[in-house]
Structures are given as structure tokens and as C-alpha cells.
Write a protein that binds this ligand. Sequence first.
Ligand SMILES: O=C(O)CCC(=O)C(=O)O
Ligand SMILES: [Fe+2]
Length: 675
Amino acid sequence: MKSRRSLPLVMVLSLNFAAVYVALLLFIARVFIAGCSGVSSEGSSGLLSPYDELYYRGVRAYFREDWERAAEFLEKSISTRDKILRIRRKCHSECLAANDTFPKLDKEDPILWDMGALEWIQLQAECVRFCMGQSVSPAALLPVSSDIEYEFSTRNPYNYLQVTYYKLNKMSKAAAAAHTFFVANPSHLEMRNNIEKYRRMLGVKEEAFQDREKEKELHWDMYDAAVDAESSFNWAKAVEKWTECVNETLKLTEECRAQCMMAPHVIPEEKNHGEAVYEKAADLSLSLLSCRQMCVSLVSTRPGRVSALEDFLPLQLEHLHIAQFKAGDLRGAVETLRSLLLFYPSDSDSLKNLELYTETVDGNSEAQSAGPASEIARYVQRALQEKALLISGLLRTLCLNLCEKHGGGPVPVAGVTVTLDDQGLNGANRVLLDGVLSQSECDRVMQLATIAASVGDGYQGRRSPHTPHEKFEGLTVLGALKTVKTLMDSYFRTPSSLYFAYTHLVCRSAIPGHQEGRSDLSHPVHVDNCILEPETRRCWREAPAFTHRDLSAVLYLNDDFEGGDFFFTDRDAKTVTATVKPKCGRLVGFTSGPVNPHGVTAVTAGRRCALVLWFTTEKHHRDMEREEAEDMWAADGQSMVKEEKGADQSHVKSARSGRSQGKEKERGRARRDEL
Ligand SMILES: O=C(O)CCC(=O)C(=O)O
Ligand SMILES: [Fe+2]
């Protein structure tokens, strides 16, 4: 007998331990969260244990070099996973039969569809969970980590098993494990060498080199057999093998899709958050649909290959109808061709073939009346429907972010009127409101700016960051301006809750004696939530821009100055599309993104003051400082505003200053500590 010691065993000892380790930590957390400390590897309750736990036990035993235990647990993890997947498949079909009214997309009201889909998903998931609960322990019902899924999908358990069986001197089992791993990892050189060595070992027969996962990939064998039969013109056999292959492919795809139901779909909790639930419902149904779509490429990818065989099912149908025609099964050929036409209804080759077949069978009414195979018809119908839903869902999600028309909602505050809308302002998602503040309110806020300036606000006496011809003062105003939020919320019909992101009062004063021949702007053209690149007309939604800003509002306080017009431009930052003359109580509101580049012309005389507000839909970006100040104000019922000392010009620099974003956050934190 040849020596076994020559087999190098370093190969798998270095195998993905890091990944396993990370996944192990995740698993421990999962068990901890599930509170199921007493999971028995044997499943003492008679229920199946979590296969990831069994796998970790196996891996731990492996690294302890406890080979008996390693083999036991690794094998158990593989067989338990198979059982659980089978049960899930069975439960899925049973539940589908009981809950088979998948919602149809309502084009008029996609939100209703999402809610319908959400309800359907929940019902189905609940049914599957209950069904599986009969044979699977509660811990094993929880989704496993993606690391573990990756381990199994790359057949890594067989990598461990190969060494384990070698150590246990079970060479045939080691050879099978090596082969099984190698099928999915054909460029693994060490495993190739190992297989060579096993082959040279006495006592290891050729049959030992079996693919233990073959059952899950039977369609590839059928596929290869069908191609073989075709090349030897054995049409009857080709028909048989292509038929088997089509059926197996459908079965595997359905099996894969059934698993999507259990992917970690989190049901929205914030029921009271109105529209946020709709968005989550949309996300949820989208993630389910994309998981199901992914199955098509998974099933069309040979083990060990990276890319899928394109159009796998139509390709098989194409081969099948030709084989059927050649074998003289005209009825079958017509039926298959009709199935193929479901995928590509206007494919000219298929239509010509159909014509040819029908001519050939002229008078054979039985063949003529053949329709598509019902199973394929169902499959295609559903796949197309899901694809349409997926595409419309993705478009809708994109649209919510990019192209949805905002604006046009009511302005529910007495005395406030819409002066100009999108049309009047010659753009999208813009509004000009008047009457938001009364003259006395404007005066009061203006006084604050004056007080702040006299007590030495951080901006006082400084040159404007944008132009040396103006003095620049700024101060944060907290507490007030809920009205602005109400107006913005209502007019722009924001789909989710709005939060104040940042609010401040900005005054720009002309410096006498510096106004000759000015050609600069008080505030250069910019976009509030991205970095505008006028040359390319692109806007980079990345740091240092305040990317979380969704809506912008500027509330003007006075008009006793010269210049200082607010204006919108095109993305070239040059073509002015609308101009707004500030005055007390006038509010210009707009979405903070690239459809609304804007700037301020030079203030050439006097002092121009405005409250500038930004809103976000991202809760974690809300202005804590403002909320806390508001709470304080509510508690002592005194001042409505809180002056902020040491404010710097970073706020008005908006998207262009790298420092400013960090500072805004930093200051937010510092202030909270002080409060
Ligand atoms: O003061 C204005 O009119 C506009 C200010 C502005 O666009 C900004 O601060 O980002
Ligand atoms: Fe701005």
C-alpha cells in the first residue's frame, strides 16, 4: 500500500477561517438574541437543529483535531441543511396553494400594490413559519448569516471533510469530499493535487470520486446527456433528455424561489409613521422580487462557473422543439414552440418554424391545436409579471428619489399665499410664498440679528466668505419657524417625515466704499445637497456636500437694501431661470437637489437678512440642537430663540467647504454637551 503521508494537508487548514470566525460571532449573537441557549445538536425535541450551529461545532472540533466529532457535526450540518431546505420548499408550495392571490400591480396606485404585496408576503411568511415549525426548531427557523450561506454555496464544508476523513483514514469518503469540493472550485490547485494523490492510492476506487451535491445539480447532467444525444442524432433520446432538463430546471428554480420567502425580510414596525410604512413595503416587495429573479441566474450557472448560461430555459425549449420535430413528434414540437413564444412572442425564427410545423401537420388537427405546456405557461406568466413588477418598483424607487414631481400641495397657514409655483419660477419643485411673517415679526427677528452683532457674534466684522465687498453676520435661530416646516411639508407633500436639518439667520451687508464696479455675487451659484460641476452639468452627491438635505427654504426679513436678489439657474450655473426679490415674509422653497442651482446677487447697499432652513427626511440628521432648545423653551416658556455664540461662516458655505460639514456636526455635539 502506498504511503498516505505524502498527502499535503496544509491546504485547507488555511481555509476561510476568518470568514467562519466572523460568522461564528454573528451566530453566537443570533443564538443570544433568540434566547435559545439549550439548542441540542441532536434536536432532543425531535425538531431539526440550526445547521449553522452544527457547522460551527464541526469546525471547532476540526481545529481541535477531534476528527470523529468534526466528521459527525460537519455531516450533520450538511444533511440538516438539506432537510430544512426541503421542508421549506414543501411548506412554501402548501402555503402558496392556500394563499394564491398574489396582488396585481395597480398602475394607478402603486402604494396600494405595495401594501397588498406586503400583506401577501406577511401571510405567506407566517404560513411557512407555522408549517416549518412542525419539524424545525425555532432557532433553525431564523435566517442564517450570509457568511454561512456563502460557506455552503461554495461547498466549503467538503473542504473540511476532506481533511477530516483523511485523518480518520477513510480514504473513499475523503476522495468523495475532495471531488465534491473540486466540482464547485475547479481552479483550486491543492485540491486537484489531492485528488491526484487519492487516485493513486490503493483501495480508493473510481466510484469513490462522486459528487455528493449532484442531486442539486441534476439538470446539468441532463443537459450534457441531451447535447450528447443530439450530436449522435439520437432524437428520441434527445427529446427525453431535454424534457427532463426543462422539468428539472423549472423545479430547481421554484425550489430556489421558495427560499426567498425566508430571506431576512423585516416587517416595518413604525406603523404610526404613515408613509414610511409604504416605502418600507415597497422595499420589502422589491427585495423579495429581486431574490426570486436571482434564482434564474443561480440555476443557470454551472457549479464552479462564474457566469450564467444566458436564456437557459428558452435555449432548452429551442433544442427540445427541434429534437421533437426530428423525432416526428409534431404535436410536442408545436407545444414546445408555443411555450418558447411565450418568452419571445415576436421572434421571427420561432414564428417561421411554427408556420413550417403547422404546414407539415396540415390536416393533423390534434397537432395544430397544441398550446404551450401548462407548467411553462404558468412559469412564464408569473416570471413576466414579477419582472414587470420589479422594473416598475425599481423605477418607482428611483423616481421617489429623482423624478417625482413635488409641490402643488396646500398651504395651510392663514394669510400665506402662493405667489409663484413651478411654472412661475420656470423650473421644478420650487415655490414662492408671501405673508409667512408679519412686519412686526420680521422686525423682531431682525433685532435679534442686530443684538447678536452688537454682542460680538462670530461673524461680526468679518468679511463675507464669498466676497470681500460685504460684511457678513450669522446667528443660529432655534425654536421658531415651525410654520415654515408646516408650509414646506404641506406644499411639497413630502412622502416621509421631515426633520429640521439646520436653521440659521444670515445677514449680508454691503461695505461702503467697496461697491465700485462689482461683478461678484453675494452667494455664488450652488446646489444645497451636492457639489455642482457646471462644466459637465453634473452634481456630485458626496462629501463635503450636505447630502442629507432634502428641502431648502429661505425666509426673507427685509427689503431695505440694494441688490441681493435670489436667483435660480440652469445646471450650467449661468442661465438664470428665475429671480426673486426678497421682502419681509417672503419665502422661497425648493428641493435641495440638482434641479435647483441658485445664488444671490451682490448686496451693494444696506443689509439683507434672511432665515435659511434645511430639512431632511433622515431622522439621524435632524437638528438635535434645535429640538433640545425647543424643549427648553417649552419648559420655561420664555425665549423663543436661542442665540448661538461662535457660529462661523461655515454654514453659508454650504456644499463647498470640506470643513463645514464636519464642523456643523462637531458643533452640534459640543452644544449638546453644554446644554
Ligand atoms: O440668502 C439666500 O437668498 C440664499 C442662501 C443660500 O442659498 C444658502 O445659504 O445656501
Ligand atoms: Fe443655497
